[in-house]
Write a protein that binds this ligand. Structure first.
Ligand SMILES: Cc1ncc(COP(=O)(O)O)c(C=O)c1O
Length: 397
């Protein structure tokens, strides 16, 4: 009898009880807007910012409406203007080039390696064409951040990190989001903290922090923040920085604060599931594991593997056969976007020269989410199913 998996790849864990209680409290108070606080009260959003800055070891933090908003806000704070080129990954998700395009700026795509990280050679070749790199740690794969920062510093390129998939991860012991001038995070349902929608940005730069706070829609209420620079810093920028409303509200922040306290535990649980699937897939003929660097301490909330140089019909066959046994794989390299887009040639508003070695990698990437509602035994079963179906299609010649 064939084994079948019956779990849901989109079912997340419930919000912790503490978060539900805090959310009810906010609703009972009626004070959902972040600046609507009672005498002596700071509000959930300001407290979340203080706690997130503390958890990341950053000086400043701003909570916003989404990860995409955090990225666009960072670009604005850095002074990116319409028509400017912004370097970014050829392999990422649509909100990343979308954040660049939202300013009228132009994404300049940099290739991807078989490690699913940004191609540093291609980055070096293109670094003199832009002043900012929007670096996406897509699917939690961290490039050699020591080499990348050296390269960017040499070329005077400022780095914004998109840590939508690396909240809690480290490179050489440094938390993801702390190498660049700004780190951006998403708290959308499928990320490491879940408030439905939401975003956070961190920085150690006081002028960028002040600009981001005013940009996010603080009016002149920035003194109600707890992870913000001193009022004098705002004096320098407040008349010249537009309000591009995108605040977080107290309800979301209330849900997020207890989750942040559990982040380390959650990351360990993801990694237990990831290593179970990874070891189950090792040795599958025709399947390439995405190897991780020793310096990388990743968060395995999803897993990717490569079917390099496989014909499209065979990749489709693997996907169909796995789906028939309850395992949902996403083909990130599919030629036509379906449900999501993750490759540079899907974003035709930003045309790019062809990148053949990246195309080879992109067309081979299969992806699977690992929600924490899966047990480790579920993960072992999923790996057995994928291994069997990949082997069967590979051996069919
Ligand atoms: C790699 C990556 N960056 C950024 C984002 C944007 O996050 P949000 O949905 O909160 O705007 C996402 C969301 O899916 C993402 O996958």
């Amino acid at each position: 009898m064939q084994e079948i998996f019956t779990g849901s790849f989109t079912q997340q864990e419930p919000i912790p009880d503490e978060g539900i209680v805090a959310a009810l409290e906010v609703m009972r108070s009626g004070r959902l807007h972040r600046y609507n606080v009672a005498e002596g009260e700071f509000g959930e959003t300001a407290l979340l910012e203080q706690e997130f800055a503390g958890a990341m070891g950053a000086r400043f933090c701003v909570a916003v409406a989404s990860g995409g908003y955090a990225m666009a806000c960072s670009l604005r704070a850095l002074g990116v203007k319409a028509g400017d080129k912004v370097l970014t990954n050829a392999f990422t998700l649509a909100p990343v080039p979308g954040a660049i395009a939202s300013l009228g700026a132009v994404p300049l795509f940099v290739g991807v390696t078989e490690a699913l990280t940004i191609d540093l050679e291609d980055l070096a070749a293109k670094a003199d064409q832009a002043e900012v790199l929007m670096l996406s740690h897509m699917r939690g794969h961290l490039a050699d951040m020591d080499a990348l920062m050296l390269l960017c510093n040499k070329h005077g390129v400022k780095v914004i990190e998109d840590c939508a998939h690396t909240m809690g991860a480290t490179w050489n012991g440094r938390l993801s989001g702390t190498d660049g001038v700004i780190g951006c995070y998403s708290t959308q349902t499928y990320k490491h903290l879940n408030s439905g929608e939401g975003g956070l940005l961190i920085t150690d730069d006081e002028v960028l922090a002040a600009k981001a706070i005013v940009l996010s829609g603080s009016y002149m209420l920035y003194e109600r923040h707890l992870a913000a620079p001193a009022p004098e810093v705002f004096e320098k920028i407040k008349y010249h920085t537009p309000n591009v409303s995108g605040r977080m509200d107290n309800l979301r922040a209330a849900i997020l604060r207890p989750q942040l306290r559990k982040l380390g535990k959650q990351c360990a649980a993801w990694n237990e599931r990831y290593s179970c699937v990874e070891s189950g897939l090792r040795g599958t003929p025709g399947l390439q594991i995405v190897e991780r660097s020793e310096q990388e301490n990743y968060v395995g909330s999803s897993i990717q593997f490569l079917l390099l140089d496989w014909e499209s019909c065979k990749i489709n066959s693997v996907i169909d056969r796995c789906l028939a046994r309850g395992v949902e794989l996403k083909w990130f390299g599919g030629a036509e976007p379906s449900g999501f887009t993750s490759r540079y040639d899907s974003w035709r508003y930003a045309p790019s020269d062809k990148m053949p070695s990246s195309d080879r990698v992109l067309s081979s990437i299969l992806d699977m989410r690992l929600p924490l509602t899966f047990s480790v035994e579920d993960c072992a079963l999923i790996a057995r199913i994928i291994k069997a179906e990949v082997s069967a299609v590979y051996q069919s010649g």
